[in-house]
Design a protein around this ligand. Structure first.
Ligand code: ADP
Length: 519
């Protein structure tokens, strides 16, 4: 039975519980313990040609724990010249790697999977330390990320070409698929492990070599992966990780994009940076795979099961503290169930969301990645408030990089939180009247990554799933991503697809071979 209780329009109805364990004393001890016990996976050098190396300038940059804002350590701050050298190493390694058989590559990837699984707990702790997400979510990311290595270890052996029926008896027509060559990768901080395996996994499986720049906030997970890749038997130069600060990112990115040796660029991050990389890649007509930002609509029709829809929002909006590009960004609820839905969502948020350090088992909401991210959420909430939206829950910054899970109602299409990707724990709820209006609102954006629809009406499910202009559609499901499925966006949200049976295509060239003169 649905409970109909009207919520007060301006009252802050619930207090979100704040876990006490984010005191600096706790995390200092935790930090030391973590680094000591996982020392063999913690590297503070870049990884080029199978060697742990410094930047040629000797410069380093600092990495901080976003929960406590304590310094974790220093990482080489590489530049354009260092990147060039890594590209050359990747080019040399390509000569032999592309000649390996699919089965040989598959076997090495399989060993990498096993080693990641054996070290999963430690990898998860490193991930929580540098990125802040609750440890259970880090384990979830590891399962997801290792899943890509496993999937592509299997897919490596299924890269089939074609034999085309020939119109001439003297000619045989063939299509071959071959590795594209050296690939350049730039990855974000929100999934420091999985965004690497989702790209490097298929590239290596296809016979390509990799120069990867991880996000400056989260280099440790990338370097730990290199350690395990080496142990798995991956030859030197096949996977190279060039680390750098935010200041040097543009230079390193440009070097990868402009290099004639690099044949493909794969990026996950903001749409603004994706566009820069696309432009920079034009001079060498490079293959570019982009997974840019989203602005996901989450449509709840009056035909929905409200509990299911609320569960969908809880997963889609609040996992990773709202820091995922497929997170629900515009929660659109049909007029007749608007109040009921808000009430049910408030209750679940109040019961289930607990802010705290990622190492506290009670925490479900870690910190935002840095001060810039918190300031963005503060600005979005302030803008919504000053334009007439009402805050039902949260709405305040907490100590450090923490921000209360926030529920706002009466959101309208002119507000920034509706138009921009939020990347934080902000549930912005908009009201709509008809199906046509919902579709129009949902599609009226330059982003096209993920969209969600909740309804129990099967005809409506099909209608909306087909009409949504998004690369990923969740029907009564808030967590659609998995290695077996494809991931990628329409419109400005991207180019190409990762994962699934299309996930290797971006790393392969196809070649037509015509054998003539046959008798
Ligand atoms: P966010 O704002 O969430 O950090 P970005 O798109 O800025 O998203 O960052 C994603 C990745 O792109 C990171 O590895 C970052 O260092 C890198 N990056 C940022 N700016 C540039 C740039 N101008 N060229 C190349 N890479 C960049």
């Amino acid at each position: 039975m649905r409970i109909r209780v009207l919520l007060g329009r301006s009252r802050n109805l619930y207090q979100i519980h704040i876990s006490p364990l984010c005191s600096s004393r706790f995390t200092k001890t935790r930090l030391d313990q973590t680094l000591r016990s996982y020392h063999r996976l913690v590297h503070e050098k870049a990884y080029v040609n199978g060697q742990w190396v410094d930047a040629s300038s000797g410069k380093t940059f600092d990495v901080y724990n976003p929960s406590t804002q304590e310094k974790i350590g220093c990482i080489p701050d590489m530049n354009s010249g260092d990147t060039e050298r890594a590209i050359q190493c990747a080019a040399e390694a390509l000569e032999s790697w592309k000649e390996t058989t699919a089965k040989e590559r598959s076997t090495i990837l399989r060993r990498w999977v096993d080693l990641c699984n054996e070290n999963k707990e430690d990898l998860a702790k490193i991930l929580t330390l540098e990125m802040g997400k609750p440890l259970q979510e880090s384990i979830g990311e590891l399962n997801y990320g290792i899943g890509f290595l496993e999937w592509f270890a299997e897919e490596a052996r299924r890269v089939y070409g074609d034999i085309v029926p020939s119109p001439a008896k003297s000619k045989k027509l063939l299509v071959l698929k071959q590795p594209i060559g050296v690939t350049g990768m730039i990855t974000p901080w929100n999934f420091p492990h999985a965004m690497i395996t989702r790209k490097a996994g298929p590239a290596i499986a296809a016979g390509c070599t990799v120069v990867l720049k991880p996000a400056e906030d989260t280099p440790y997970s990338a370097l730990a992966l290199c350690e395990l890749a080496e142990k798995a038997g991956l030859p030197s130069g096949v996977l190279n990780v060039v680390t750098c600060s935010r200041e040097n990112s543009a230079d390193v990115g440009k070097t990868l994009c402009k290099s004639p040796t690099v044949k493909q660029i794969s990026f996950t991050g903001s749409t603004a940076v994706g566009k820069i990389l696309l432009e920079q890649s034009a001079s060498t007509v490079k293959r570019v795979s982009l997974e840019n930002g989203g602005n996901a609509p989450f449509i709840v029709f009056e035909t929905a099961d409200i509990d299911k829809a609320v569960t969908g929002v809880m997963g889609s909006k609040f996992r990773n503290t709202g820091q995922a590009c497929i997170c629900a960004n515009r929660i659109m609820v049909q007029d007749s169930i608007y109040e009921t839905f808000l009430e049910a969502l408030s209750k679940r948020m109040e019961q289930e969301l607990h802010i705290g350090d990622g190492f506290n088992p009670k925490s479900t909401q870690g910190p935002l990645i840095n001060n810039r991210a918190v300031e963005k959420i503060e600005a979005l909430v302030q803008d919504a408030k000053s334009n007439g939206a009402k805050i039902l829950l949260g709405g305040q910054r907490k100590e450090g990089n923490f921000y209360e899970p926030t529920l706002i109602r009466d959101v309208t299409t002119d507000m920034k939180c509706y138009k921009e990707e939020q990347f934080g724990p902000l549930a912005a709820v908009i009201r709509f009247k008809t199906e046509e209006e919902a579709i129009h609102l949902a599609n009226n954006t330059s982003s096209g990554l993920a969209g969600y629809v909740f309804t129990e009406n099967i005809s409506q499910m099909w209608r909306i799933a087909e009409k949504l202009e998004f690369g990923i559609v969740g029907v009564n499901e808030g967590l659609p991503a998995m290695p077996e499925a494809i991931f990628g966006g329409w419109k400005e949200s991207g180019l190409g697809r990762e994962g699934g049976k299309y996930g290797m295509e971006d790393y392969l060239e196809i070649k037509y071979v015509c054998m003539g003169g046959l008798e």
